[in-house]
Design a protein around this ligand. Structure first.
Ligand code: SAM
Length: 236
């Protein structure tokens, strides 16, 4: 039925945005992406078939990008063919949904430094998806990502390190196109447990301002405690 799959039509998310969907499940509208690899689950998420298309529910308690959408994200530069550099791929929960969204003609360069986690990511996610290029590297050494080619549209950073804003800026300087977007997850407790979380977010945002226009900062509560998502545009 037509009313069961809808794009969210609100705020500045474009009316015809088909990057993600709202699907009725267990009496609630839930976020989902169209499964690029039908039948394949990544984190035991529910698969739902509607009108012969398979969707994967996208859990905001497991993905900070989904949590940002739930908390009124205004900018969504992920679409068919988008090129993404993703730092902190972990076992690939969020990477897999971005992979669904950008489709076979997009690419996501997924950096992860922990070899055991990266092995799991390879076995369960990257090996099934042609648009993921896994990179087993330290995000502090962007010069060593030999497989990244050209500039990307979006740099997504979720590495929970005290110096992550500096790392994010260095990666953007090397790989983000002018006018491209940075999505930076700030885990305040990994920066300083003793400081007020709001002050930490403000201080991290200040570090971005010389090179970026900061567009939005989203508190990820109740999905993630003491986390914010900052969205910024790389100056032309
Ligand atoms: N973004 C993931 C998701 O939404 O599914 C969760 C990321 S988890 C919070 C942080 C990840 O960053 C961990 O897997 C960790 O090993 C990785 N990481 C931390 N420091 C890193 C570094 N310097 N270079 C690359 N990866 C790093």
């Amino acid at each position: 039925m037509k009313d069961q799959i809808q794009t969210k039509r609100e705020r500045s998310l474009e009316e015809d945005n088909q990057s993600f969907f709202w699907i009725k499940s267990e009496g609630q509208e839930k976020l989902a992406t169209e499964n690029m690899v039908p039948g394949n689950q990544v984190y035991k998420e529910k698969l739902i078939i509607k009108r012969n298309v398979e969707y994967r529910l996208w859990d905001p308690f497991r993905s900070k990008l989904a949590a940002s959408i739930m908390n009124e994200l205004d900018y969504f530069p992920f679409e068919n063919k988008t090129k993404v550099l993703y730092l902190g791929a972990s076992t690939g929960t969020t990477v897999s949904h971005i992979s669904d969204i950008i489709g076979p003609n997009g690419i996501i360069f997924a950096v992860e430094h922990a070899s055991r986690v990266a092995r799991d990511f390879l076995d369960r996610v990257a090996s099934f998806r042609s648009n993921i290029m896994p990179i087993l590297q330290d995000a502090r050494k962007p010069k060593e990502y030999f497989s990244v080619f050209g500039k990307v549209d979006v740099v997504y950073v979720d590495i929970a390190q005290p110096d992550q804003t500096k790392i994010a800026i260095e990666n953007c300087e090397m790989f983000l196109k002018k006018g491209g977007y940075l999505f930076l997850v700030i885990k305040t407790r990994s920066i300083d447990v003793t400081k007020d979380p709001k002050r930490i977010v403000t201080e991290e945002i200040e570090k971005l301002k010389t090179k970026f226009e900061v567009l939005q900062s989203i508190d990820l509560h109740p999905y993630d405690k003491d986390h914010a998502m900052v969205i910024a545009k790389y100056r032309n």
